[in-house]
Design a binder for this molecule. Structure first.
Ligand SMILES: NC(=O)c1ccc[n+]([C@@H]2O[C@H](COP(=O)([O-])OP(=O)(O)OC[C@H]3O[C@@H](n4cnc5c(N)ncnc54)[C@H](OP(=O)(O)O)[C@@H]3O)[C@@H](O)[C@H]2O)c1
Length: 287
């Protein structure tokens, strides 16, 4: 009997994590989920996963979850946890030969996210200095980011947000998971820096129009000015440098659509999922 791959998924109860856990289980891996103590979202995880209580802010708490693991589906909760402990976490992961799939960002791919802004590029940099077999999933925005419109859609249908004309190649979080699962369970993905995107260019206000079609009611977009949007983001807890980076990027995307790729199709053998498909599956979140 061949040994089952043991894979640890961090940040497991967010938007992407449950997809990664399910797909790893479906592929026959033995799956561990790193979950914060008293995580209210643990119910999102499918049956069959082994829950390990741990905190990326406390590297020693990862020891039991890493013991005997062959791979790590690594996600760092950038908005809620600083990266002070990232070097120690990466060191622990690198202490034995393992595969790592890191969910990174298109911002690194196009050179907008420098190493010193303590975000995705920084963790890529830490992994590059180890001997683990890493694969970077440099993803565009998740389709799930549209959940940020849900409150305004439920409360009347006018979405007020900056840069409606910003055109992205947003990606289904389940497709990001699928590429990561291949990277962890199949040979040939080590050292690859994949740009993981959706299949099409869709402006933000067009996403809202599509949601309106799916919900069968008209929805409207109203641009919020740059400075007002920045103030609101910072008040909501965004680090100011991330807010500036995101808004400048969106401004740029009103002139030139976001760069995309065929990676999902090339790696998984099936087309990347569209925003409309995602919207139909998540319609209840907007009702
Ligand atoms: N959204 C995008 O457009 C985008 C684009 C590029 C890259 N990414 C990357 O994609 C990854 C996944 O995003 P997501 O939207 O799925 O994540 P998310 O929904 O923000 O979830 C974050 C997860 O991390 C957990 N967590 C929080 N603090 C933790 C800690 N100290 N130790 C361990 N776990 C902790 C949270 O647990 P609780 O539920 O208990 O809070 C939650 O399960 C992130 O690394 C993000 O940077 C996202």
């Amino acid at each position: 009997m061949t040994k089952r791959n043991v894979v640890l998924v961090t940040a497991a109860t967010g938007n992407l994590g449950p997809h990664a856990v399910r797909q790893l289980l479906d592929a026959g891996a033995s799956v561990r989920a790193l979950v914060l103590k008293d995580d209210p979202n643990v119910g999102r995880l499918p049956k069959g996963v082994e829950i390990h209580i741990g905190n990326l802010g406390d590297p020693d708490s990862l020891d039991p979850a890493l013991d005997g693991a062959d791979g790590v589906f690594l996600m760092w909760p950038f908005f809620t946890l600083n990266v002070n402990t990232a070097p120690a976490v990466v060191q622990k992961i690198a202490a034995r030969p393992r595969r790592v799939a890191l969910v990174s960002s298109v911002g690194v791919h196009i050179g907008l996210e420098p190493i010193d802004n303590n975000c995705h590029a920084y963790i890529e940099h830490l992994l590059e200095r180890t001997s683990v077999s890493w694969t970077f999933l440099r993803t565009t925005g998740f389709h799930a980011n549209a959940l940020g419109f849900a409150g305004q859609i439920r409360d009347g249908g006018v979405v007020r947000f900056p840069y409606g004309a910003a055109t992205r190649t947003s990606v289904d979080e389940s497709d990001v998971a699928a590429v990561g699962v291949k990277a962890l369970l199949e040979d040939g993905h080590g050292g690859r820096k994949y740009l993981v995107s959706g299949p099409e260019e869709v402006a933000q206000r067009e996403q809202v129009r599509i949601l309106g079609e799916v919900l069968a009611r008209p929805l409207f977009w109203e641009d919020v000015e740059h400075q007002a949007a920045r103030d609101a983001m910072v008040a909501a807890g965004w680090p100011p440098s991330y807010a500036d980076g995101a808004l400048d990027y969106f401004a740029m995307l009103t002139k030139k659509p976001e760069v995309g790729s065929k990676v999902v199709e090339e790696v998984t053998g099936r087309p990347a999922r569209t925003f409309r498909q995602w919207a139909m599956e998540h319609a209840n979140a907007f009702r």
